[in-house]
Design a protein around this ligand. Structure first.
Ligand SMILES: *Cc1c(COP(=O)(O)O)cnc(C)c1O
Length: 367
């Protein structure tokens, strides 16, 4: 699969290592690192990234069961936290030795039932507290019930307790974030005090490491987008190396005369004679239709070529009137962090969404 390798996403492992070391340099020596490789490793390749980092980090996290199974099937032995498991996943979670985030009493009870039936002892689980994101997790009022259930069984063991910050990248929300951190300290301490073992704690994502390493480092951090070169602000991003480059080639060059239209719905009409290049990448590959009509641009021979008309499912046409180029020449769709961040802003979204939208039809190549 994969456009016969013409349209490719290059993954630079050296840059990943550089970025990992950059975040490590912000942390205490003994702080564990969990790398989040959900959504195919932020659109890269979860398997390739995990293989590369297996010996360098303590944990991996995925959002869903299937993502964890893919890592195990690729031979990854590192502990894997499943951030958003469902009751229906429990059997498979155990089969693949994955470690669930337990976020509700219902899920906890179902997990105990299954592990007890299987005669398991001390199966690792992770307890999530909601401290303000209001997405998943237990609240302070749940602690006594949680403890009475957990302390009356031996099939499960609480390996860690954690929480997630709602606006770690936004320093205008610093007061709220410090409240979240305070809350996490209170609930996690209250919980752990009555527990039979001492679990480790974690709270920080990429921007959390950048902005709250002093206040909330705890025992582990959960690094996601930062590994791929994005620090959620220009200064931090400029200190990181570019990991992902989305590339293709020119399939065909067309001369469009004045009055002729280009593409579906005839969204573009030439006001004078122009030259377009057709590129084999479209909205089915993750190039949003919102990039049509000049909002998006690619690089050809180091020059900007804006998208002409609507983005098609499998192709885009770009304006190369002022670019010296030929059929078969390289096209860079996402050049680096700055290019991708600019494109994301142009359509009112974030780097996370553009990266994870790059569809599985695009061949991933490790450099
Ligand atoms: C996605 C996710 C992360 C990683 O966030 P980044 O901003 O990409 O570093 C960490 N923790 C949880 C719970 C997540 O869902």
């Amino acid at each position: 699969m994969g456009n016969n390798h013409v349209t490719v996403l290059e993954i630079d492992l050296n840059s990943i290592e550089f970025n990992l070391n950059y975040f490590k340099s912000k942390l205490h020596k003994d702080t564990k690192i969990l790398v989040v490789v959900k959504a195919f490793g932020y659109g890269s390749s979860a398997v390739e990234v995990a293989k590369f980092l297996e010996s360098k980090v303590a944990y991996f996290a995925v959002a869903y069961l299937d993502e964890g199974i893919a890592l195990r099937n690729a031979g990854i032995k590192t502990p894997i936290l499943v951030l958003h498991p469902q009751e229906a996943n429990i059997e498979q979670i155990i089969k693949y030795n994955l470690e669930p985030n337990i976020y509700s009493i219902k899920l906890l009870k179902a997990f105990i039932k299954k592990t007890t039936n299987l005669g398991l002892q001390k199966y690792p689980i992770h307890i999530k507290f909601n401290t303000g994101l209001n997405r998943l997790g237990f609240n302070q009022k749940d602690i006594s019930e949680l403890l009475s259930i957990i302390n009356n069984q031996s099939a499960l063991k609480v390996t860690s307790v954690f929480s997630h910050i709602a606006a770690s990248e936004d320093l205008n929300e610093r007061k709220f974030t410090l409240q979240q951190i305070y809350k996490f300290n209170v609930v996690s301490n209250e919980f752990i005090k009555h527990l039979n073992n001492i679990p480790f704690k974690h709270m920080l994502n990429t921007s959390g490491i950048i902005n709250y390493a002093e206040e909330a480092q705890f025992d582990m951090v959960r690094l996601g987008i930062g590994l791929f070169g994005f620090g959620n602000n220009n200064i931090e991003t400029s200190k990181l190396k570019n990991v992902l480059t989305l590339k293709s080639v020119i399939s065909q060059i067309n001369v469009i005369n004045e009055g002729e239209s280009v593409g579906y719905n005839r969204a573009f009409t030439a006001k004078s004679t122009i030259k377009t290049a057709t590129i084999p990448i479209g909205h089915a590959d993750g190039i949003s239709r919102q990039f049509g009509n000049g909002l998006g641009f690619v690089f050809i021979n180091n020059k900007k070529a804006p998208i002409v008309g609507n983005v098609c499912m499998d192709m885009v046409m770009v304006d190369v009137t002022n670019i010296n180029c030929n059929e078969g020449d390289d096209v860079i769709i996402y050049k680096n962090q700055e290019h991708l961040e600019g494109l994301a802003k142009a359509i009112d979204t974030i780097s996370y969404e553009l990266l994870t939208a790059i569809s599985q039809r695009v061949k991933r190549i490790v450099k």
